[in-house]
Write a protein that binds this ligand. Structure first.
Ligand code: HEC
Ligand code: HEC
Length: 352
């Protein structure tokens, strides 16, 4: 457990090292934007405002794929999750990594794959890791649709915020939509463009999951297990595998095991999970755990086995060394079991 201290120290250093073009940690975290009580979050338009046009059809499809991603099971999705499980309220909720905040933050450099990522590439990342699947290609209608939906949420919300409720969301080409909004060529109405300089677009209030301070005590699995029992198991199951309906689909999502996010997903990091949980769980009663409880339960959840990191090429230790220099249990031993060593079936094998 001493490891945490080391990681917390390292993460403080990483931005410095990063500036020197070193990549000590390939698992890029999105920057957490701090929370403010008076935050004037972007509020997307009602779905009723989606236009009845070819562009509107893409937006509608994007919404549908985002909230019911199991439509793509076996093709692009390899687990039991839906995008909306972590990007809540259909990707509209501030502080739950909303799509409007995300769209305006790309293209952007990501150390995870060491290049500038378009918005489409960032979405592909969540298919590969969070959904344990095989990402659609940029020209696939599914990817265009999710990007179009994100754009529509962002642009409608921005127009409304500045009193332009009557202005329809300008229809863009697929190419423009896949790129994202953090680029000179992405145009905002002339009167408000100065409020959104390109280099600030990645910092919209409410983007990402708000960061917590390092915990007073190191996260502890035993305390975490108790928090889990009292606050989480009723919905996510004593075994963490979620709760399934008669159709074998999870209506309450699994937190670990074969049907959950894999060892490459951002949520497997203890800090990212703590931020998400503190802000969003238990569902319907969020922000009632103490910060310490959020850290403890995040560690507990992430100390369980889940599908392999897709970057794994046979050597657990090597993979841990290359990709897991952060707060997580991949490659570590918990109760005598080495995590990351269990082979669940991957991708579409699970589906059948
Ligand atoms: C298991 C939870 C989970 C699921 C399911 C999930 N994501 Fe994510 N997503 C995350 C996390 C966590 C991050 C932030 C990553 C980080 O900090 O490393 C993220 C980041 C993103 C971002 C970038 C956000 C930003 O502000 O930069 C986009 C876009 C995105 N996800 C889209 C999707 C889509 C589309 C799906 C479904 C195909 C999906 N996600 C499914 C957890 C999830
Ligand atoms: C009242 C039911 C309920 C309770 C209690 C609850 N959750 Fe959730 N949880 C959900 C639902 C539903 C979702 C998916 C949210 C959505 O789709 O809008 C979710 C999503 C999640 C996710 C992201 C998706 C995934 O499967 O990984 C995590 C992590 C999570 N919960 C952790 C917790 C933790 C930890 C606790 C206890 C502190 C907790 N939840 C308590 C219902 C609940």
């Amino acid at each position: 457990m001493r490891i945490y201290i080391l990681f917390l120290t390292l993460s403080g250093l990483s931005s410095f090292v990063f500036a020197a073009n070193e990549l000590p940690d390939k698992q890029a975290e999105i920057p957490a934007v701090s929370k403010s009580a008076s935050a004037d979050y972007i509020k997307p338009r009602s779905l009723d405002a989606i236009p009845n046009s070819e562009f509107g059809k893409k937006v509608e499809l994007g919404y549908s794929l985002f909230v019911n991603s199991q439509q793509m099971r076996g093709e692009f999705v390899g687990n039991e999750l839906n995008c909306v499980n972590c990007h809540m309220q259909a990707g509209m909720k501030a502080n739950a990594a909303p799509l409007w905040g995300a769209f305006m933050a790309y293209p952007a450099y990501r150390s995870k794959n060491d290049k500038v990522n378009s918005y489409a590439e960032r979405i592909q990342g969540c298919f590969t890791y969070s959904m344990n699947g095989k990402a659609p290609q940029a020209e696939d209608p599914e990817l265009v649709a999710i990007a179009a939906y994100s754009y529509w949420l962002a642009m409608g919300g921005i127009l409304d915020k500045h009193g332009m409720q009557d202005m329809p969301v300008p229809e863009l080409s697929d190419q423009e939509i896949l790129q994202g909004g953090k680029i000179e060529s992405f145009k905002l109405p002339a009167d408000i463009a100065h409020l959104y300089p390109v280099d600030q677009r990645g910092n919209l209030t409410g983007r990402g999951y708000p960061k917590l301070e390092a915990p007073a005590q190191e996260p502890d699995l035993e305390r975490g297990a108790l928090v889990y029992q009292d606050n989480c198991s009723v919905c996510h199951g004593d075994d963490g595998l979620g709760i399934k309906g008669a159709d074998k689909r999870a209506y309450l999502p699994p937190l670990w095991g074969a049907g959950s996010f894999n060892w490459g997903a951002g949520m497997h990091r203890i800090n990212t999970a703590a931020y998400f949980i503190y802000e969003n769980m238990p569902l319907g009663k969020s922000v009632q755990l103490t910060e310490q409880q959020a850290w403890d339960v995040a560690a507990f959840v992430n100390s369980h086995e889940r599908p392999q990191d897709p970057r794994f090429s046979g050597d657990l230790e090597a993979n841990a060394k290359t990709y897991h220099k952060h707060q997580g249990y991949y490659g570590k031993s918990v109760s005598g079991e080495t995590l990351g060593a269990h082979s669940f079936p991957t991708g579409d094998e699970i589906i059948k």
